[in-house]
Ligand binder design. Structure first.
Ligand code: SAM
Ligand code: SF4
Length: 385
């Protein structure tokens, strides 16, 4: 597809933005009770007491430093991800949200998601999160089979997972996502389908259904467990997709399924190449600076200790990169083509500040290769793509 930093078209195109894309805020919480053997996220086992107050203060200082990049813009969604944000108390989350409200204009219909691990849940905590302003939960179930939960090194049983969902409902969360994985060690097709049935019975508004992947820098990568073969994984996926569709869950991205009106607006903004501020250890941000005609990616120090020591200063920024035209077109396509709905060429123009002529030759080639469909202005991936 698009390679290198060479322009696709002769000449030296410049970015021209009519208006910046929608803005989100991502907040990373880098601690977990235990490290799962398959996980390559920036998560560290909490040793001793969680430095709650110190971390919330650091996040707000970090945000303070980001404010010029968001000047005059309204935040549409907030996502608290991890790690395990639910290790934090409702009081800490309340303090964080009040601090954000005091610093940034927020959309009246703001989506605020918090990721929760069932092993860290108490009923009171969920009531507290709700009162603090969280209006969407994402609960990491992974499986409802105790043998598989043990294999995955999870800190909770299936009973605790069910209890977490019950607590969420009791606390008034009618909008929640459940994370589930398939292709688990020694999992049969029947077990994967049974897992999905059990999770659908819990009637989440949204389901993230991931195939387990062996990521470098994880224990599973070094000592790979026995995974189902490709035919079985294909069959799991095929039967799973049919079941989800029958039960009213529309697939709108590779791993994301939602009931009507409950697509995750935060993730949609990533996939549509929207802007986001990223605060917290290792958090990434992407901001369109229309005035200077650039799109800038920024990432923060990954190690929680280094982050805490530097938050709010220039030293906290681990790296920054301005996207070239080629990077921009490539990253836009990489994200937008994850979506079933694909994208319009006018979306490309407004999100990237580039003209459609820039992308068309590559799209036409991919369409000839059967990887994409090009229908008027609309571009979508094909089954083969
Ligand atoms: C950042 S994790 C946070 C969720 C929370 N910490 C938990 O585990 O309960 C988000 C989700 O990514 C998925 N995930 C993590 N590692 C994965 C892997 N190697 N393969 C597939 N999915 C993975 C899991 O379903 C997980 O719930
Ligand atoms: S609890 Fe979630 S973030 Fe933490 S190690 Fe396990 S999968 Fe990764």
């Amino acid at each position: 597809m698009i390679r290198g930093r060479r322009p696709l078209l002769p000449g030296n195109p410049v970015f021209r933005f009519k208006a910046p894309p929608p803005l989100s805020l991502y907040i990373h919480f880098p601690w977990c009770a235990r490290k799962c053997p398959y996980c390559d996220f920036n998560s560290h086992v909490v040793k001793g007491e969680l430095p709650e107050d110190q971390y919330i203060d650091a996040l707000l200082m970090d945000l303070e430093q980001e404010l010029p990049a968001a000047w005059g813009r309204t935040v549409q969604t907030i996502f608290m991800g991890g790690g395990t944000p639910s290790l934090f108390s409702p009081q800490a989350i309340e303090k964080l949200l009040s601090g954000i409200r005091a610093r940034l204009p927020l959309h009246p219909d703001l989506e605020i998601t918090l990721e929760a691990n069932p092993g860290t849940v108490e009923q009171e905590k969920f009531y507290g999160y709700r009162e603090a302003g969280i209006n969407r939960l994402s609960i990491g179930l992974q499986s409802l089979n105790d043998v598989h939960l043990r294999e995955l090194g999870r800190i909770h049983s299936s009973k605790e997972a069910l209890r977490a969902v019950h607590c969420a409902r009791q606390a008034g969360f009618d909008n929640f996502n459940l994370d589930l994985m398939f292709g688990l060690p020694k999992q049969t097709v029947e077990q994967a389908v049974a897992d999905l049935h059990a999770v659908i019975d819990l009637q989440p508004t949204h389901l993230s259904w991931y195939q387990l992947t062996l990521e470098p820098n994880t224990l599973f990568y070094v000592h790979p467990p026995t995974l189902p073969d490709d035919d079985d994984k294909w069959e799991m996926q095929h039967r799973g997709h049919s079941l989800l569709a029958e039960q009213g869950y529309t697939q709108y991205e590779v791993s994301a399924f939602a009931t009507v009106g409950y697509r995750c607006r935060h993730n949609l903004n990533y996939w549509r190449f929207g802007d986001y501020l990223g605060i917290g250890a290792g958090a990434h941000g992407k901001i369109t600076d229309g005035g200077h005609g650039v799109i800038r990616r920024t990432w923060k120090k990954r190690n929680p200790k280094d982050y805490l020591a530097s938050a709010g200063t220039a030293a906290c920024i681990d790296g920054q990169r301005e996207l070239s035209e080629v990077d921009t077109a490539f990253e836009f396509a990489l994200n937008a083509l994850r979506l079933k709905e694909g994208f319009n060429l006018s979306d490309f123009e407004s999100a990237c500040g580039l003209q459609r002529e820039w992308l068309l030759p590559v799209l036409q080639q991919a369409s000839k290769d059967g990887l994409l469909s090009l229908d008027g202005d609309t571009v979508k991936h094909t089954e083969q793509g």
